[in-house]
Design a protein around this ligand. Structure first.
Ligand code: SAM
Length: 283
């Protein structure tokens, strides 16, 4: 999940070699992760939502991370509790291999036994069963047609255990219907979130992540071509796909006006330039 309202992160459609290379003299996945991911916080949020919805007597065990990339969330889940297991699914073996080499290799032997990354299209049926499924960093925005998104949500619903829950994140705001570049300074690099366009006819937009590293600009390190789904659409499609109910959690605002990283359940949103929320589908 993105770290703040000004750091809505994402990942590339295409694969690149990982690690430092001629094209990028830095580890692009490491910079991406520093800029936009907070997996150790995310997994606690998922566990707490499950407990809030199902009560303390029912304990989640298996987390599935769809569109897992390097599987950072799956790694944090197995660290959270010695009984927890995780499975990550992604179409692309390159980020998964990166995750195996850089994240999974640092787990204990016991944790390694409880995690698996699998090359799989989330649009196929019979996905691995789980108590919690998450699809974050807006990855389902790849699916531009309602029918396809419903098919994906139905696959998730079918693969959830009887008390399962499904979490997705979403972003929006007036800024997202414009071409903008957002800049965030980090210790060793600067992160740029570039919204290249927005088409109100289709609600589609193209995005790119650039990094400034050692005073040099590296453009289009990750690129995305997405449909900007809205909260009511996602809620409706979850219900159409068979979820019993949905809940929405809205990110609070820090003193400096950026996102606080804290999410509260809401029944009504707030007009602003940029917002991030979670939508939870309850089986
Ligand atoms: C934006 S990245 C998200 C990575 C990670 N979830 C994160 O939080 O940073 C999107 C990932 O989705 C994967 N992907 C795209 N379409 C997919 C599909 N139909 N099934 C499985 N993975 C898919 C891509 O290969 C890519 O690694």
């Amino acid at each position: 999940m993105a770290k703040s309202k000004t750091s809505k992160a994402k990942k590339p459609k295409q694969s690149f070699d990982f690690g430092v290379n001629k094209k990028f003299p830095f580890d692009k996945y490491e910079l991406y992760s520093d800029a936009v991911q907070s997996p150790s916080e995310d997994v606690k949020f998922y566990r707490d939502r499950y407990i809030d919805i199902r009560g303390r007597d029912l304990k989640p065990t298996v987390l599935r991370e769809d569109f897992c990339g390097g599987g950072a969330i799956s790694c944090e889940w197995v660290k959270l509790n010695k009984n927890y297991k995780s499975v990550g699914l992604d179409l692309d073996v390159v980020p998964m291999d990166y995750g195996r080499k850089n994240y999974i290799s640092k787990l204990t032997d016991d944790q390694k036994r409880r995690i698996l990354l699998i090359k799989k299209d989330v649009l196929t049926k019979n996905l691995p069963k789980a108590d919690i499924v998450c699809a974050v960093n807006f990855s389902y925005f790849f699916f531009k047609q309602r029918e396809i998104l419903r098919q994906y949500f139905a696959n998730v619903r079918d693969s959830l255990k009887p008390n399962g829950i499904f979490l997705v994140d979403i972003f929006g705001g007036t800024q997202c219907t414009d071409a903008i570049i957002d800049k965030t300074r980090h210790k060793n690099f600067t992160y740029f979130w570039d919204q290249k366009n927005f088409d109100p006819f289709s609600n589609e937009a193209k995005f790119a992540i650039h990094f400034k590293y050692n005073k040099k600009m590296y453009k289009n390190v990750f690129t995305y071509d997405w449909r900007m789904w809205t909260i009511p659409e996602v809620k409706e499609i979850m219900i159409e796909a068979g979820f019993k109910s949905t809940e929405v959690f809205w990110e609070g605002t820090a003193r400096d006006g950026s996102g606080s990283g804290m999410f509260k359940k809401i029944e009504k949103g707030e007009a602003c330039e940029s917002w991030i929320a979670y939508i939870v589908g309850v089986k």
